[in-house]
Design a protein around this ligand. Structure first.
Ligand code: NI
Length: 185
């Protein structure tokens, strides 16, 4: 087990299209996921993609905490949230054209947050560590997390998806000004 170093924006690994995993049950993938889980728990956050720990493979981990499940979801996210999930070779398909703006932050872009348009309803599938197929529908924050993490596998960060950079805010200023104004967070 190891806590891995996070690649920050500017590192080329974050701009590469990550390679598919041939065998989700392979020992090196198990080891990678174990280290990613430990790293995310250490740093704190809801999701992490392998390129963020300098490994250009199509692997993401994420969870939806209960307190985030209730807010900003269209009811598709169970109120208890979504338990920590390992998703290998994930594929996302939007279920409608609708997008909504929501605040995102990223461990690879420390200290900042911005409003990003994302599809409100998606279906996704991928594979777990036993090679089992995982298939779900998601809305609200759950759908947002998936889109954010899977973008990392295609060399994108959330800033690329922003349609109005004026919302880009340091987290400290967000807490002081934006969160209070919006009456949430
Ligand atoms: Ni990120």
């Amino acid at each position: 087990m190891a806590i891995l170093k996070i690649a920050r924006m500017g590192h080329p690994v974050l701009r590469r299209v990550a390679d598919p995993v041939v065998d989700p049950t392979a020992p090196d993938i198990r080891r990678l996921v174990r280290d990613m889980l430990e790293t995310l728990e250490d740093i704190g956050g809801v999701g992490l993609a392998a390129p963020q720990v300098h490994v250009s493979r199509r692997v993401v981990i994420f969870e939806v905490p209960a307190e985030r499940a209730a807010r900003g979801s269209n009811g598709e996210t169970p109120p208890e949230g979504v338990a920590m999930t390992v998703l290998i070779n994930p594929v996302i398909e939007p279920l409608a054209d609708d997008k909504e703006l929501g605040w995102e932050a990223c461990l690879s872009v420390p200290g900042l947050t911005g409003a990003v348009p994302r599809f409100t309803r998606i279906r996704y599938h991928g594979y777990g560590l036993q090679g089992e197929r995982i298939e779900r529908e998601a809305g609200g924050f759950h759908a947002r997390v998936l889109q954010h993490e899977c973008d990392h596998l295609d060399g994108r960060v959330y800033l690329d998806r922003m349609t109005d950079l004026r919302s880009l805010t340091f987290l400290k200023e967000f807490e002081d000004h934006v969160a209070q104004r919006d009456g949430e967070e």
